[in-house]
Design a protein around this ligand. Structure first.
Ligand code: GLA
Length: 408
């Protein structure tokens, strides 16, 4: 499901919900994983970019110690608790993401009074574009700014990841929160997930358009499939580490060493490890392709990444494969792949500017015909990371002009 977000309307809604205007506004973007499927929690490199869609939050400090969380995406599911009641409750649903961040920021010693929050945004929920990391980062930036305790963005990134790992229970890597925190318009981020640091590379939005194609198949990301992959990779690495000197994570293992030690692993571990280790090589090549502005090479690597995620890592699904195949069959498409965790959500296609509108229309129509699902296409640009934004003005409601009404 997507949900639009009109900032001025939200400012008005804030007043009717909480009885006073918001004091501050923040935004944190979603991200697109350009390439680097499931390598982040294996200590490898990922190429990602923040996009120009994300989560907005309007906030106000309260006199008491209550925290109220409302989302435009789930208007009927408001959640309220005290500043000392920050434990996980299944019934909180969507609100567990911001609550988890509050929980860990409080533990780190952040002063916190009562707060009113209104969230909204323009990312598809569970669409593989990190709506969860963006709500976490929007909350983190809001709290650190309100507490007047400026902290390094990296601390907020790590706190948000911790909320996802330990509060929500998804053993994800660092990519999503880091991209949401550090993204920059016109740049891609080459993230070294072992050292947890990043460098930016130019990404020319004008030459290569980011087209996101939503299959409308919801990923049950919290389901066990993601954590299963994490566990299988960990057990493969444990076996390899016992025989290979000096490796500290699965992505340190070269393709040659994997072949040499293949007999240590069971079939499933070998398939998963092969994907991860070869994907790490593809990411390095993709960074080189971006550096020299070679869109065709970059696109080819995306295609290979998709095939490997589909066949070896088994995180695709029929609908994602179809979306990728349709996009790939169009002139002007440099490459296409699933983006993010997989199991549904969005495919990414990189398309030339002159073809992108037509590709979006044709792919969505053909996909609808073949599946009966109402695909959505989002043409995105790279964007800046989590930040404070100008407070939207509350719209004024003018009183009806009765004198004129009576006269005519
Ligand atoms: C999700 C996780 C990330 C990463 C991707 C797959 O987006 O949150 O940490 O593992 O899946 O690459």
């Amino acid at each position: 499901m997507t949900y639009g977000f009109d900032q001025a309307e939200a400012a008005g809604r804030f007043v009717s919900l909480f009885g006073a205007p918001a004091e501050r506004a923040f935004f944190a973007p979603g991200r697109v994983e350009l390439i680097g499927s499931h390598v982040d929690y294996n200590g490898g490199h990922v190429l990602a970019a923040a996009i120009d869609r994300g989560t907005y939050v309007l906030v106000r400090q309260r006199e008491d110690d209550r925290i109220r969380l409302v989302s435009s995406a789930f208007p009927e599911r408001e959640v309220e608790f005290g500043v000392n009641e920050l434990e996980y409750l299944e019934a909180d649903g969507w609100a567990s993401y911001p609550k988890g961040v509050l929980h860990f920021l409080r533990r780190r010693g952040y002063r916190m009074s009562g707060l009113d929050f209104l969230f909204g945004g323009d990312l598809p929920i569970a669409g593989g574009l990190s709506s969860s990391a963006s709500i976490e980062m929007a909350t983190a930036v809001a709290i650190s700014s309100l507490a007047n305790e400026p902290v390094r963005t990296m601390d907020l990134v790590r706190t948000a990841q911790r909320a996802e790992n330990e509060f929500i229970g998804l053993k994800c890597g660092i990519m999503d929160q880091l991209a949401s925190g550090y993204g920059r318009a016109g740049r891609a981020l080459m993230i070294d997930c072992k050292k947890v640091r990043q460098r930016t590379l130019p990404f020319d939005d004008a030459a290569m358009k980011i087209l996101l194609l939503n299959t409308r198949v919801d990923r049950g990301l919290q389901g066990s499939a993601y954590n299963d992959r994490v566990r299988t990779c960990a057990s493969a690495f444990k076996k390899l580490k016992a025989k290979i000197k000096g490796v500290t994570c699965l992505c340190d293992v070269s393709p040659e060493l994997l072949v040499r030690h293949a007999e240590l692993l069971d079939d499933l571990e070998l398939k998963r490890a092969r994907h991860v280790i070869e994907e790490e090589q593809r990411v390095r090549h993709a960074a080189a392709a971006l550096d020299i502005d070679d869109a065709d090479w970059f696109g080819q690597l995306l295609d290979e990444s998709h095939r490997s995620a589909r066949d070896l890592y088994e995180v695709s699904c029929d609908e994602l494969d179809l979306m990728v195949e349709l996009a790939r069959s169009k002139d002007g498409c440099f490459g296409a792949r699933l983006t993010g965790a997989g199991f549904g959500g969005c495919a990414l296609a990189l398309v030339s500017p002159e073809s992108v509108a037509q590709v979006a229309v044709e792919v969505c129509a053909e996909y609808r015909d073949r599946t009966g699902l109402a695909a959505e296409a989002y043409l995105c640009a790279t964007g800046d990371g989590a930040r404070a934004i100008a407070l939207p003005t509350v719209p004024t409601v003018s009183a009806p002009n009765t004198a004129q009404g009576e006269g005519s």
